[in-house]
Write a protein that binds this ligand. Structure first.
Ligand code: SF4
Length: 511
C-alpha cells in the first residue's frame, strides 16, 4: 500500500488486533493492486474489527518479518505456474513448502482461485486447505473461524473447516467438495484506487460473472456457471462512486455484453460524456455479436482505440465444435461496424490445436483475415494465438493436446501467411503451454516433481529434468486422450453442471 492509494471504504486505522493475516499474491505488487477479486477479499478482511491484514506480493516488503507473527496466509492461485512464485515467497520467510513439515508454530496456509478450484490435486501437499469456487463470503467466514479458534490446535481448526461447503482440507476430506457460487446482487469493484497499480488509477468493476456460451475448452465459463450479472441500479451507483475519485473505468466480465442492460450501461456513460465529462472507459474483450454502432461510438468517445474480439477458431466448422456458433457473416459485420464507427483497429484472439483441427481450418482463417485486410485498408488488424490446453471440469478435459511439434509447425505456417498479409501476429509459447497442460491435468504424484522444478530454476529445462528425475510421464498428462469412463483426480470437486453434463457436452461437440 502507498500513501497516495485511495481507499473507497472506511478503514479502521488503529486496530488493537492480535490476529494477523497475510493475503498473498504470487506476482508483483502492481498486478496485485489491479486484481479485482484479490483486492475485494482484502477489503472484507480489513473490515474485521480485530484482524490485521496485509498484502504480500513477490516484490513488496511486509511490516512483519517473521512467520511467527502471522496466523494465517492465503494465496491467490490464478495461473498453473503460480506455484513457482508461491515457493519463492515461502522460502523468503523460511516457511517449509509441505504442510506436514509445518508444525504449530507456523501459520495455517491456504489457497484459492481458478487453478486450485478446478484441480487442487497437484498442490495438495503444500496447503493446509483450499477454497473451492467464489471466495467473497467464504474468505470472511474462514478468517473469523480461524481467529475465534486461534488457541486451538491446527488439526482442530482444520477439522472445523473441513465441514464447510467449498473448503477442501487434504489431510481430512474424503468427501465430495462443493464448489461455491456467489450471488451477484452487489458489485465487486476495486476498493483501492492506486497510482502504483498496473492499471494506474483505474476503477475496475465487475458487471457479470461466467459466460453462458460454454465453449468446450473454457474454464472461465464452466467453473462459473450459471452466468450471473449484477443489477443495473447497483452497477450505476458503483460507477458513480468510482467517478468521484477517478475518470478511468474498466468494465470486467467474461461475457459483459450478455448483461441484459449492457446497452443501457453504455448509454448512461455516453450521456455523461456528452454533458462534458471526461471518462476513459475500457472493456476486457467483446463478443463479436456485441459490436454495435452505439457501443463502438461510446468506446471511441472514451478513448479506446482497439478492441479485442475472441473468435477462437478459424473455420465455422471448428467454431461449432467448440460451441462458438459464430458465422463469417457476423465477423465481417463486426469489423465493418468497428471500422465505420471510429476504432483504429481490432485484435483477434484465436486458439490453435483445438481437437479435430485440420490444415483446412487454418487456411480458412487465413482466407478470412486476408479478405478483411483487403476490404479495410489502413485498419490495424492483429492476431494473438495460444494453443489448446485441456482444462479440468470442462467438456474437453478428456482430450489430449496435439503434439508440440505439429502445433509449432501450424504456428510457423500461420506466422508466415499472416506476415504475407501484413498482419501482426503473436503466439504463446507452445512449450510452456505443454507444461501448462501437464499441470492442469496433474495429480497427487506431483509433489516432489514441483519442488524439484523450483529448485532447478523453474525454467522449461527444469520441468523436463525434474519430470525425468521423478518418473513423471509428462506426455501422458499432456497428450493422452483419457477414456470417458475413467476416474479423474479432480472428480471429487462438484462444479455446478456435474460430470454427466460434461460427458454429454463432450459427445455432442466432438461426435
Ligand atoms: S465466449 Fe469466451 S468466455 Fe465465453 S465460453 Fe467461449 S471462450 Fe469462454
Amino acid at each position: 500500500m502507498n500513501n497516495s492509494d485511495i481507499y473507497l471504504y472506511e478503514r479502521k486505522l488503529h486496530k488493537y488486533a492480535d490476529y494477523t493475516v497475510w493475503l498473498a499474491f504470487p506476482g508483483v505488487n502492481s498486478f496485485a493492486m489491479s486484481s479485482l477479486g484479490f483486492l475485494w477479499i482484502y477489503k472484507s478482511i480489513d473490515e474485521i474489527e480485530d484482524v490485521n491484514v496485509e498484502i504480500l506480493s513477490s516484490d513488496k516488503k511486509t511490516t512483519k518479518f517473521m512467520y511467527e507473527d502471522v496466523n494465517l496466509i492465503g494465496f491467490s492461485f490464478t495461473f498453473d505456474t503460480d506455484f513457482l512464485t508461491i515457493f519463492s515467497m515461502l522460502e523468503k520467510y523460511s516457511i517449509p513448502f509441505k504442510s506436514n513439515e509445518r508444525d504449530e508454530k507456523f501459520p495455517l496456509i491456504f489457497a484459492g482461485g481458478p487453478v486450485v478450484s478446478a484441480n487442487p490435486m497437484p498442490y495438495k501437499d503444500f496447503f493446509d486447505f483450499f477454497v473451492i469456487g467464489d471466495g467473497e463470503d467464504i474468505n470472511l467466514n474462514l478468517v473469523n473461524l480461524c481467529k475465534e479458534n486461534k488457541n486451538k490446535s491446527k488439526n482442530e481448526i482444520l477439522e472445523m473447516l473441513s465441514k464447510i461447503d467449498g473448503i477442501y482440507v487434504p489431510s481430512i476430506n474424503n468427501r465430495p467438495v462443493k464448489k461455491l457460487t456467489q450471488k451477484l446482487d452487489k458489485c465487486v469493484y476495486t476498493p483501492i484506487i492506486s497510482e502504483n497499480a498496473f492499471f494506474k488509477n483505474t476503477f475496475i468493476i465487475e458487471l457479470a460473472r461466467g459466460c453462458s456460451n460454454r465453449c468446450g475448452f473454457c474454464l472461465a465459463s464452466y467453473l462459473n456457471l450459471p452466468f450471473r450479472y449484477v443489477p443495473f441500479d447497483e452497477i450505476i451507483s458503483k460507477i458513480e462512486l468510482g467517478l468521484k475519485y477517478t475518470n478511468k473505468i474498466a468494465l470486467l466480465g467474461a461475457q459483459i455484453s450478455a448483461h441484459p442492460k449492457f446497452e443501457d450501461i453504455f448509454n448512461y456513460i455516453n450521456k455523461k460524456i456528452e454533458s462534458g465529462m471526461n471518462i476513459e472507459m475500457s472493456v476486457s474483450s467483446l463478443r463479436v455479436d456485441a459490436i454495435k454502432p452505439e457501443i463502438v461510438k461510446t468506446l471511441v468517445a472514451c478513448g479506446q482505440k482497439n478492441v479485442t474480439l475472441a473468435i477462437e477458431a478459424g473455420s465455422e466448422r471448428l467454431r461449432k465444435v467448440i460451441n462458438k456458433n459464430l458465422s463469417e457473416e457476423q465477423i465481417f459485420s463486426a469489423v465493418k461496424i468497428a471500422f465505420e464507427n471510429g476504432l483504429k483497429g481490432l485484435k483477434f484472439y484465436g486458439m490453435i490445436g483445438i481437437p479435430t483441427e485440420t490444415k483446412e481450418d487454418i487456411d480458412e482463417l487465413i482466407k478470412l483475415v486476408g479478405e478483411i485486410k483487403k476490404l479495410y485498408k489502413g485498419f490495424d488488424i492483429s492476431f494473438g494465438f495460444s494453443s489448446f490446453v485441456p482444462k479440468p471440469n470442462t467438456p474437453f478435459q478428456w482430450c489430449g493436446r496435439e503434439n508440440s511439434k505439429s502445433i509449432e509447425q501450424k504456428a510457423e505456417y500461420l506466422k508466415k501467411e499472416m506476415h504475407k498479409l501484413g498482419i501482426q501476429i503473436s503466439v504463446s509459447s507452445i512449450k510452456w503451454d505443454y507444461w501448462q497442460a501437464v499441470l492442469s491435468r496433474g495429480d497427487d504424484s506431483f509433489t516432489q516433481f514441483l519442488i524439484d522444478v523450483y529448485n532447478l530454476g523453474g525454467k522449461l529445462g527444469a520441468f523436463k529434468k525434474s519430470a525425468i528425475k521423478n518418473n513423471i510421464n509428462s506426455d501422458f498428462y499432456a497428450y493422452d486422450n483419457f477414456p470417458i469412463n475413467t476416474d479423474l483426480p479432480w472428480d471429487f470437486i462438484e462444479v455446478s453442471p456435474g460430470k454427466d453434463f460434461l460427458i454429454k457436452e463432450h459427445s455432442r461437440l466432438l461426435n
